[in-house]
Design a binder for this molecule. Sequence first.
Ligand code: SF4
Length: 555
Amino acid sequence: MFCYHCQEAKKNIACDTAGICGKKADVSSLHDLLTYTLKGLAFYAVKAAESGITDSNIDKFVARALYSMVTNVNFDPAVFVQLIAETVQRREHLKRLLSKSETVFITEEPEEAQWLYEKIDQEAFVKKGETVGVQAGGELSGDDADLHAAREMLIYAAKGLGALLEHIQVLDVFAPEHYVFMYQAVAYTLQKQRSLNELLAMNYKCGEQAILVMALLEQINIEKFGQPSATTVHLDSWDKPGILVSGQDFHDLQDLLEQSAGSGVDIYTHGEMIAAHSYPAFKKYFNLVANYGGAWQDQKTEFGKFQGPVLVTTNSLQQPKKGYTAKAYTSGMVGWPDIAHIEKRRTEDAKDFSEIIQQALQCEPPLPLTAGSVTVGYGRHALIALTDTITQSIKSGDIKRIIVLIGCDGRHKERRYYTDLVKALPADTLILTAGDTKYRFHQLELGEINGVPRLLDAGQTHDFYAVIAFLTHLQNTMQLEHINQLPVSFNIAWYEQQTILMMLAIFALGIKNLRIGPTLPPFFSPGILQKLTDELAVKGIDTPENDVAAMLEGE
Ligand code: SF4
């Protein structure tokens, strides 16, 4: 096993015997084989798209398969065995279609597009996976290391892109224009002749694509759930039994709220789902009462204290503890062996959550955990409404700097940096955030500047788009040529492949002085880091005090 997909890779090098995340070696090997076969499928999907052959079923499947490998999404080997088998079957189907085309000539078929299995056999798949993983794909040191690392980064970004597309798919929207690029990005990793500059350019293109997909996701969320607005969210626990919903899937939350309304069961959000409180579609439900607990990594202690059932949607699942396994449920692509997965549907459009609701009615109310409240809901619309005040405050010197502090939380104790950083920021700084790193500081009393709260929370990780859209609007209002001319500093707390994509979006926008923490990605080879440093002044984090001083100087 060799995995350095995420920020928690062992010793910031790689997990080599078992994942810190809970991923076992066999699942890691199946991920490697799934990635390998998806590259082969992408090779043919690019050729098919060039000849006008498309298949929305394959498009949706590939996005879902890429997403399944994002850190903390799915740990069930049986799921990956099926995904690998389907990938090969769908690739062969495409191959047959293309063989009938008179305009497509395949001269060199990569080995990734050739591998076949005789029968579905988990053990054989694991063995094959052991031969095609990260280490088998190129040198990790030496001359080839930079190219290999850039190809790996592209695959991780494609997995992040698959996640964004799946978030859109579960909202019953299919946007065909984004899938061709997804295939191109995956298939690009097969082109061994590409230079480092070309590979990095493709990575940045992935970042550009992410901005387009995040914009679409924002639009769909607004159409389906209304315009988010600044909203106070309670953090305490109430007197009725509850169901805790974590992740990012608003569709699941809506189905659950609809089916539990009037049942006597309260619904609480956890982690990134806190953003739901700011949308009109969810505010109307009497039983959506509060947010319980902190970010995803706190689930092992918090889910047990909740006492009622927990539904994990989209991602951020950890190995469930014995104390609550019988009350844990997953949905969508999330899964853990032997944890109940919601498969049953109530209607074509809605999953059936009656089992969870019935179980909740037998449970005790949540134990007290946190208290107070926080404000969420500064989406693009709400941020842009503050433009005049923020512009005037910048001009008058009341706002000296805007700090964009986005990304995911995680287990490393070094992540205390983000709390200390926010505490060390002077009172004339504004903080824009998205994702769940905010749990490190969202309860701090930070005050206001000319009526604008110093902490503005745009929502989930992909709501980073709202931050970018607002800053672009601010830049235009202030008649500046580039975001870099605004008094703004970017700091990303990366964790998994969706935040790698956000990082690439920042690079693609040409934003300078990005700080990446709590550690630099282990797959940043020396050559990649040198290029990012030279061209964009990318850096790791220092002490909070040093970073605050540097950011205030525009560095
Ligand atoms: Fe390790 Fe992260 Fe890979 Fe899990 S996803 S095995 S924690 S590097």
